[in-house]
Structures are given as structure tokens and as C-alpha cells.
Design a protein around this ligand. Sequence first.
Ligand SMILES: O=P(O)(O)OC[C@H]1O[C@H](O[C@H]2O[C@H](CO)[C@@H](O)[C@H](O)[C@H]2O)[C@H](O)[C@@H](O)[C@@H]1O
Length: 599
Amino acid sequence: MVSRSNSVTSEAPSSLSTERIIIVAHMLPLLAQRKADDTGWTFSWDEDSLVLQLKDGLPEDMELLWPLFHYMLPLAPDHGGRFDRSLWQAPFPSSEIYRTLPVRDEILRALLNADLLNTRLKRHDTEWRIGELRAEYAGKTLLKQHPQRRGKNEASTIARRINREFGWEGYQPVGCVAAEPANGASAETARQSMLVVSEFIGCSPSLSGAIRVNPWNIETMADALNTAITMPTAEKHMRHEKHFKYVSTHDVAYWAQSFMGDLERTCRDHQRRRSYGIGFGLSFKVVALDPNFRKLLTEHIVSAYGRSQKRAILLDYDGTMITQTSHNKTPNQDVITLLNTLCNDPKNSVFIVSGRGRKTLSDWFSPCERLGIAAEHGYYYRRGAYVFGRGMFLGLGDVWEDSHGSAGFRWRKDEEWTTCVSVQDFEWKEVAAPVMNLYTESTDGSIIEEKESAIVWHYRDADPDFGSWQAKELLDHLESVLANEPVAVKSGQHIVEVKPQGVSKGVIVEKLLSMMAERGSPPDFVLCVGDDRSDEDMFESIATTMSLPPQSSMAEVFACTVGQKPSKAKYYLDDTSNVLNMLQGNLKKLFFVAFGGML
Ligand SMILES: O=P(O)(O)OC[C@H]1O[C@H](O[C@H]2O[C@H](CO)[C@@H](O)[C@H](O)[C@H]2O)[C@H](O)[C@@H](O)[C@@H]1O
């Protein structure tokens, strides 16, 4: 709280009597410093700032509260990053002001640590603004602009009634009101009352029959009042009915209940979850993870791997087999050798499941004879020749029998590509491309990649903040212009992609697993590793597919994300080198076991 100095601390203003508080300038930026003992914050401003000028004009018995708690409250969930029921309900500064705040990063980070955010105008802010508007309007403009309304005193009659009922000495909530002649305030009149609301108040979008105005534009405000007064009665009835229906079903109890319900739902799993602080400095964040979410260690997987006879190994490429930041994305010799070693085990069916194009992937993985590839998020996949038993050719995939008589299923690189869904119409590309071009023009460092089934906007080399800002805009823009097209607009690692509906890594993985089962080789071991949002579709689909027949009920499933983050996968590995080590570690351990510990 502030009294006569130009600094303020973050202690709660509990002793203040609300009648003596004046709220001002809640959009003014401050200098903020964390206290040396880390118990809170100190905020201050320049001697000649507007806050002090305002304070100087106050009567002696008034105190000035700069509503610091608007900014301090959000810092609360940041303390220790604990997940109590933290909720934040306070006005948020406009983006122009927010950008100038010295503590903007801390505020944002703390907000992200809250369980629920609800930003609405509080009552005292509204009152403060009403006060300003009253002074500005003083009831003059409607009558000046619409002289035909002069001499009619219905507005002031209603205003007097409301002021009598809701005002107090020195405070009159209504200076001028929009309404038809009161006619004895009958029920009939009430059913045709009109609303003129500020576009800035929270309920404005909910009241669809109201006339919305920018209250700072006196002329449009006057026009709106006039429109409200002169509107045909039938239309007023219709608008009133809408409002009546809405407010009688969405009353205070409804909002309170729905708000508390949201909070309950968000916090339901808190007792079970474990919170981790991840990262340093400004990239520090707290994530709440399922207690069963754990690091995938070789010992978790190696015995299941050893026991199994038909393994499906599904690997994403970018961010999983190669780091997202490396300039040269071509797989190195270690990756090729590892994949070949995996593929050469007749018990393994190994797939790369990637968003990349089929040409790139088949060039890169040409040394891997037996590797299955799903390209463009599974739109294309490469089928192998199907050989039943030893050497009998059937034409789809490759089933073999080893010396112990167990059957397997493998892919061959020289086979035809096929598509997982049939897409006839790519005309939407002509709508999407010009929109992407606009964003490429205005975002230095961004480029467009045209794939066979999809178009991708890349912004990895753009300014990081501006790039992700533009990506959000582009996503919205594309979703609206392509709303009636059979496409999905998705964001990924520094990309925004438009692809045909029904194409996802989840769909192709389901297809691959089902094909193995249909051909008599349901996998009894599934390992799936990926880092990106598109890989979450694989994790979800594996969980569903493997829980249903004809899949083996004994199958062991290891879905693993790269990076410790909320995921549908049960396991995580920290980075790509962890992934490669895990795969190599498995192979080494098995080799070691197979050769009686002679490695
Ligand atoms: O499914 P993935 O194997 O993870 O592939 C997804 C996308 O990979 C490519 O983009 C990625 O690499 C780019 C650099 O080569 C990088 O700028 C981008 O941020 C990465 O996401 C590919 O170009 C996309 O088409 C794939 O969807």
C-alpha cells in the first residue's frame, strides 16, 4: 500500500478500510525489486510520476492504494512452485502496458504456474471508470446530438429511481440512461428494456442483444442511446427475451459453481502428481507430472525386450534420432548402424515415423535395407513384399520363420509407397499458400516448405518472439480461411503445417500394428519414441490399439517422450543421445546375455 512515500511493499493491505481507498492508475508501470531476504517485492516509481501527482491532489484523510496486488497476486503461485489451489482473478494490464513492466517475465511465469486464470474487471475498477465517464458525459451529448429527445424527461426519471435505490450521498451510479417512457414501470416495459453496454466490460460478449459501444467515444455513445430508445418494440422484446433467458440461467450461483467446478477439476490430480522445477533462469518452469511418469532405463526394458518374439519399434526422427538444433539433419553413421542392427534382428519390425517427405527419408535411409518408413505423418508408407513361411511370396510385407519356427514380419526398402488415406483434392493448397506467403513476407527468416500432401511454414530462423507470435496469428488465420476444407492446421517445433484431415502419426501407427496382427504377427513388445506434439498421437493410438483384440494381451508397451514434460507417454528420456544410448544399451545387454557374459 502507498501512503506518502514513493515506494510500496508487498505486504497485504489488510488494515485498510475500503471506504478510504481510492484506486488509481492500475495501468502504470513500476520499478520492482525483489527484497534482499526474498520475502516479497518492493515497487517504486519516479518522483514526478503520475501516481505521485495524483496523490498530491488527495485530501489529507485519503490514502492511495495503487492496486499492486494485481501484480503481486500472480507472483504468489511462483513461490516454491507448489501446486496448492492457486487461482488468479484480477484485471490484467493491456498488452502495451504489460510490455513495459520490468517484472513482466516473472508475472507471466508465475501466471503459468497458477491452476486457473480468470481475468475480469473487478467492481472497484468499474466504479472508477464509471466515475470518469460520468464527469465526461454529464448527460449532455445525447440531447445535443438528438434534439428531438429534448423535453422528454423519462431518462432522468429512471435515473433518479436507480440513483435513489442504489446510490448514496455523493455517489450516483447513473447520470443518464437509455430507456423508453416508464409508463408506470409496468412488467410490459421491463420486457422491452434495452441495454447499451461498454465493449470493455466482461459481460459485453455474453449479452448478444445489447448495443455495444466504445464508451470513450461520446458521439457513438449518444447514437447508441438514441438507437436504443427509438428501436421498434418488437425488436426490443426479442432482444430482451434473449437477455432474460441468458441471465436467468447464468446467474451468480451458476458462475460461482462453474468457477469452483473448474478449479476442482484442475486440482483433482494434484495430490497424486509430483511437481518438478525444470530449467534455469528465465526458462525455469514447474511441471506437474503423473507419479508413474518415469525415466526409461535400460533395466526397465531389457528383460521385456529379451523375452519378446515380435517387436514393433516405432521411432520419430527429428528431435528423437537427431537433435532439433543440429544444422545437418542427415542421419549420421551411428544412427544408420544402430537402425541396421535393430532391423537385422528377425524379431524386430522397425519403422521411422516422421513428418518429413518420402524422398528425403528414402534417400537418407537408403543404407537401411529392412527399415519401414512412414513419411509426411503417415500419409505415405512403404510396404514390403510379403513372404509367408520360407520364400512363399504373397505380396504385402515380409513374414519369415527363424530356425526355431517362430514367424516375424518385416519391411523392405525397395517396395512401392502407398497412402494411408485417399485424398483426391489438394485445391486447398491454393488457399493456404498465399496466406503463408503473407506471413513469410512479413517475418524475416521464415520459409515455406511444400510437401506432397502438406504445406509447412517454418520460423526456426526468425526472431523467436516475433516468430511464435506470427505462428499463432497464422494458425488462426489458416483455420478461419480453411474452415470448410478437408484439412487440419497444426503447429509443431517451429512450424505451422496444413495437411489433409485423417492423416496423423496415430492413424498410421494403428494401421501398422493392425497389419502385423492381421498377418498373424501381433507384436508382444512395442517401443515408441518421439518428442513432438504429432508423436503424442502415436502414444495415444498405441495405448488404444494394444488394449483391444486381436493384439496380444501380454504385449509390453513402452511409449516414451523425449524431454520431461506432460505427455501421454509413460516414460521419458532427456534427449536424443539418451534415446540412442537406450537403444544401443539394450542391444549390448542382450548380446552380453546371449553370449553368456563374454562381451
Ligand atoms: O516427425 P518429425 O520427424 O519430427 O519431423 C517433423 C518435421 O520435420 C521437419 O522440420 C523440422 O526440421 C526443420 C529443419 O530441417 C526445422 O526447421 C523444424 O523446426 C523441424 O520441425 C520437416 O521440415 C517438417 O516438414 C516435418 O513436419
